[in-house]
Design a protein around this ligand. Structure first.
Ligand code: GCW
Length: 719
């Protein structure tokens, strides 16, 4: 009887724990590292894991524990950890760990570089094994994540013969996190950096953050907002930074900080922050040395200077290069870099805002120190749903240019709109700058292939916060994932990345994978359609950027108003950036400039970015501009409706918690897409006085209603 009761109790516990697991496991916390159990364990599955090393670093420990965790989950039982190579073992090894393998087994540096790896089904001492080998231990960890990705996606893991190495060196998240834990343009809770409780309390979440980032090859993180606070450079905070760095180090992730240019004045009362002043230079050298005492592998500084009110070298009549070089000199002896942002535009200058970064930076090409990278947003304006690529790409052969992408969706519906950004980034990376002949893609500039840059890199403005699901929504996790995968390989396909993510995040069933991938692939274009079609841009609400406000024309600065960008009048709409206007198009290489400057050849998608045209302008398909505009809004809404029904068809395939959240968010997106369309149309009609094309429903409210909506507490207000 006692036995029976014990059995019942045990069974109950098991049931309860599996129910509990079910409940907590699907809140999105595990990201793409869910390691869902395979329906059938393949014959080729490994039986044990062994590190063929004379020295086990914390990085290899992390690799081994990831394998044990993942195998327990994917295969149902954790692999045995052996100390000898047996048949069907997973063998981890590297040059750095003192490989204890027959000569010739390791890949050489030419093949894999310092971070790459091989995955190989091979024979060692006559035994069939899978080898995960690299020059460095971090290469092994990356290889392990690749192997686990294949396994949990249900891909074949027999007969592997893979070599992979990153095409860019610096693959960084940029957190816009303030020290009070508010995240600028954050839509997923507070900052995960709990400055107040650090370093005494180090949140275990940092380890999961590191695992997730390492799994997609991210190797650096800038912890603080580019609108910076010098306080982070004080000893009290550096201790906290060091505690974070210690957790991230085994995962190959270096820590970077934003440097407030006026820090010498603010922290130590210097009279100036002039970069050519010897006292200022000495201050930064001492400060930098101090940082390296706390964090010996500190990556370097990220700087926003003379932009949107941030202090900078121009306050002292010095150039961006002079400012950057002073900091570069301070980090150089330690092997650090400076990432200097090109997101600058002047409050006083009347020059077309999208021209200004190019005007400012091109003359400085060749003047930056060797360890400076200039960090350039993907487009010349500001992370809009669609922009042409930034004209600086290809225009600075002597200066390493990093691309900056925004993972957080400031202008694409925050966390409630589904917008997979892989397609946006792919569009930019694949764009041909033609600066050095055909095929000079943005990717080939960024990865150093075109100009053989000494440093290469990609930065993504993080969407991570304290929400259980990290990113504000499940689908926003895909943007974090896609950023990492594209930073590793800027030529990768957005669709392949989406599929990969879906398999690990939702389901391996082909029909589910197809459906969700389809939703993702069309999602960003839907946002462009219902917010800013045909090359329109920056029409969002003031400050928070939530919802439509194309009517705003009276802010402190003209170039913060939507009117500045659309210039709609009774006669027409669009920003003339040809020679008759600002001539911003001339900043692009000849053939690109020609294509976009001509109404004959400019693609519809960029029409109003480069041209001011009448409302009855005839589009490529024969419709008028006005008809086409209205049709684009409708198409955007229809696409969201399709996404809703595709998602609804997956009921039962996805756990209810994630299914319901996505359903609710899609409903919000649909309502807001409709709102965008109605408010925009009401406004355009007030300007052009045109009737709606036949069959189009009039907006349910008048323009005053849309104008009267106010959202004082929308995230981002006041930023
Ligand atoms: O997109 C704009 C944002 C600002 C941001 C700025 C930048 C950090 O609205 O919030 O400030 O860009 O990139 O510096």
């Amino acid at each position: 009887m006692k036995n029976f009761i014990t059995h019942i109790a045990a069974a109950f516990c098991l049931l309860a724990s599996s129910l509990f697991q079910q409940a907590v496991a699907e809140d999105g916390y595990e990201l793409w590292l869910r390691y869902e159990k395979l329906e059938q364990v393949p014959k080729s599955a490994p039986r044990s894991v062994v590190a063929a090393c004379s020295d086990l670093s914390p990085t290899l420990d992390a690799a081994l524990s990831e394998i044990l965790r993942a195998s327990a989950s994917i295969l149902g039982t954790p692999l045995k950890q052996g100390d000898r190579i047996s048949r069907h073992a997973l063998v981890l090894t590297s040059e750095a760990c003192g490989a204890t393998l027959p000569n010739g087994t390791l890949p050489n540096a030419d093949e894999v570089g310092t971070e790459g790896y091989v995955l190989q089904s091979t024979l060692i001492n006559g035994k069939p094994v899978t080898l995960i080998a690299a020059q460095s231990d971090i290469g092994v960890l990356y290889g392990v994540f690749d192997y686990l990705r294949r396994m949990s996606s249900g891909e074949a893991i027999a007969d592997l013969d893979v070599i992979s190495r990153p095409k860019t060196q610096l693959r960084l998240l940029n957190h816009w996190d303030n020290l009070d834990r508010h995240v600028e343009r954050g839509y997923s809770g507070q900052s995960i950096w709990d400055w107040h409780r650090l370093p005494g309390y180090v949140d275990p979440r940092y380890t999961d953050y590191a695992r997730a980032n390492a799994s997609i090859g991210i190797n650096g993180t800038s912890l603080t907002n580019v609108n910076s606070d010098a306080t982070v450079l004080t000893p009290h905070y550096l201790e906290k930074v060091a505690a974070i760095a210690d957790v991230l180090r085994p995962y190959g992730i270096k820590v970077y900080l934003t440097a407030r240019f006026s820090a010498p004045i603010e922290l130590d009362g210097l009279a100036t922050a002039d970069p050519l002043d010897p006292a200022v230079q000495t201050w930064w050298q001492a400060k930098t040395d101090e940082i390296y005492d706390y964090v010996p592998d500190f990556g370097g500084f990220l700087v926003k200077a003379n932009s949107e009110g941030q202090p900078g070298p121009q306050d002292y009549g010095r150039s961006h290069a002079e400012g950057a070089n002073m900091l570069a000199k301070a980090v150089a002896p330690h092997g650090g870099v400076v990432m200097w942002r090109a997101f600058v535009y002047s409050a006083e200058e009347p020059e077309d805002r999208v021209r200004q970064a190019y005007t400012e930076f091109v003359p400085l090409d060749g003047q930056f120190a060797e360890n400076v990278l200039v960090q350039v947003k993907n487009g010349p304006l500001d992370f809009q749903p669609r922009e042409p690529f930034h004209p600086l790409f290809g225009a600075m052969p002597e200066t390493p240019l990093m691309i900056e992408l925004q993972i957080t969706k400031e202008y694409l519906g925050f966390s409630t709109h589904l917008a997979y950004l892989g397609t946006l980034w792919e569009e930019v990376l694949a764009a041909d700058t033609k600066t050095k002949g055909d095929g000079t893609t943005v990717a080939s500039v960024v990865d150093g292939e075109t100009y053989d840059y000494a440093y290469t890199g990609m930065a993504g403005v993080s969407n991570i916060g304290t929400d259980r699901n990290w990113a504000g929504s499940i689908f926003d996790q895909a943007n974090w994932y896609a950023f990492g995968r594209l930073a590793w390989n800027p030529d990768a396909s957005a669709e392949d990345i989406a599929r990969e993510w879906v398999k690990q995040t939702f389901s391996r069933k082909p029909e589910v994978v197809d459906e969700i991938t389809d939703m993702m692939m069309k999602s960003r274009e839907a946002v462009v359609d219902y917010m800013t079609p045909l090359g329109l841009t920056h029409l969002m609400g003031t400050g928070h950027h939530y919802g439509p406000a194309p009517w705003v024309d009276d802010l402190g600065r003209a170039d913060w108003t939507p009117y500045y960008y659309h210039k709609a009048t009774r006669g027409g709409i669009g920003f003339d950036r040809t020679e008759t206007g600002s001539d911003a198009v001339d900043q692009y290489a000849g053939p690109v400039a020609q294509e976009w400057a001509s109404l004959e050849t400019v693609p519809d998608s960029l029409l109003l970015w480069f041209h001011h045209v009448p409302w009855d302008y005839e589009m490529q398909d024969g419709s008028t501009l006005w008809q086409s505009l209205v049709a684009h809004y409708a198409r955007g809404i229809t696409t969201v409706a399709e996404m809703q029904s595709e998602w609804a068809s997956l009921k039962g395939e996805i756990d209810s918690e994630r299914f319901n959240q996505v359903t609710d968010y899609l409903n919000i997106q649909h309502e807001e897409a409709q709102w965008w369309r109605d408010a925009s149309i009401a406004y355009w009609q007030s300007i052009n006085q045109l009737p709606l094309p036949a069959g189009e429903a009039p907006p349910p409210h008048d323009l005053d209603y849309y104008k009267s909506l106010s959202f004082p507490n929308a995230p981002g207000q006041g930023e």
